[in-house]
Ligand binder design. Structure first.
Ligand SMILES: *[C@@H]1O[C@H](CO)[C@@H](O)[C@H](O)[C@H]1NC(C)=O
Ligand SMILES: *[C@@H]1O[C@H](CO)[C@@H](O)[C@H](O)[C@H]1NC(C)=O
Ligand SMILES: *[C@@H]1O[C@H](CO)[C@@H](O)[C@H](O)[C@H]1NC(C)=O
Ligand SMILES: *[C@@H]1O[C@H](CO)[C@@H](O)[C@H](O)[C@H]1NC(C)=O
Ligand SMILES: CC(=O)N[C@H]1CO[C@H](CO)[C@@H](O)[C@@H]1O
Length: 236
């Protein structure tokens, strides 16, 4: 009886110490656009997923559409990397992505995502089935160095086995699970899953977003950015 009580007490204590979905230091993901923009689009992509690649092509078309350009200041777009377990090297790409995200500028991170989509078919399960894991990592390290010479071969090889990036990539994946992402791509508009968006063309994206963009300019109250505008305190 007493030992049962101790075990229960220990379980209760560990429940306080562990957090199934670790809280990241800042909101998960890679943001493009104005961080204060009123409209938020979130994409959950697996870098080795052909449907993610196809959907992102449409997003690229939307963001390079000259007629739509006037609305871009209203939008921020967040990439979340969500590797699927049945794509053998998806997690390795997610881990390498995290290394790039942590150590390089936004343009390099953006280019890495785009490049991964461009070369993904070489790393699908079938094409690399007869390669060892080390051989696949070597191929990836050389290929990335050819694309971005500032990223050395050794650096990629060590990033692919570095515990820090491994954990960060897991935390992003766990975050996706906490949003009930069950495949890729998944899109969220202002925090709510956008049904069907995985197969939107760029013009469907434009048509879908415009009512939200127009509504914002009427509905949103003036924002006040400083805490001191609300709280009187000696520290100000
Ligand atoms: C893998 O090896 C098997 C057995 O040698 C061969 O039949 C198959 O074609 C190879 N697959 C690829 C993608 O190279
Ligand atoms: C890369 O690693 C190899 C083996 O560990 C080492 O011999 C080589 O000097 C390293 N190259 C660079 C540029 O760091
Ligand atoms: C892994 O990456 C972290 C963060 O960049 C770095 O501090 C650490 O030294 C790396 N570990 C190894 C074994 O290279
Ligand atoms: C480009 O943007 C305009 C304006 O929102 C939209 O009407 C049009 O469908 C878009 N075209 C494509 C190909 O995205
Ligand atoms: C796969 C993919 O999205 N590729 C794009 C990478 O960027 C170039 C230039 O911006 C586009 O033309 C590709 O479609």
């Amino acid at each position: 009886m007493r030992s049962a009580f101790i075990i229960l007490a220990l379980l209760a204590a560990s429940a306080f110490c562990t957090q199934n979905v670790p809280i990241p230091y800042t909101y998960d993901g890679f943001v493009i656009g104005d961080p204060n923009a009123p409209i938020t689009i979130e994409a959950f992509y697996d870098l080795l997923c052909p449907a993610s690649e196809a959907a992102n092509e449409q997003i690229n078309l939307l963001f390079t559409n000259a007629t739509f350009a006037q609305y871009l200041p209203k939008i921020k777009f967040i990439y979340h990397i969500f590797p699927l377990p049945y794509h053998d090297y998806a997690f390795s790409f997610a881990q390498l992505y995290r290394h790039i995200f942590d150590n390089y500028d936004a343009k390099t991170t953006f280019d890495f995502i785009n490049w991964s989509f461009d070369i993904q078919e070489q790393y699908w399960n079938g094409p690399v089935i007869n390669y060892t894991r080390n051989a696949v990592f070597n191929k990836l390290a050389h290929q990335l160095h050819d694309f971005a010479p500032k990223i050395s071969i050794n650096e990629t090889l060590s990033a692919l086995t570095n515990r820090t990036y491994d954990l960060q990539a897991r935390y992003s994946w766990k975050y996706g699970v906490s949003r009930e992402v069950a495949g890729t791509p998944y899109f969220f508009l202002n925090g709510v899953q956008l049904d069907g968006a995985e197969s939107f063309s760029s013009s469907t994206w434009a048509r879908t977003l415009l009512p939200y963009i127009y509504a914002d300019s009427k509905a949103k109250p003036e924002s006040v950015n400083e805490f001191k505008d609300f709280f009187n305190s000696a520290q100000y």
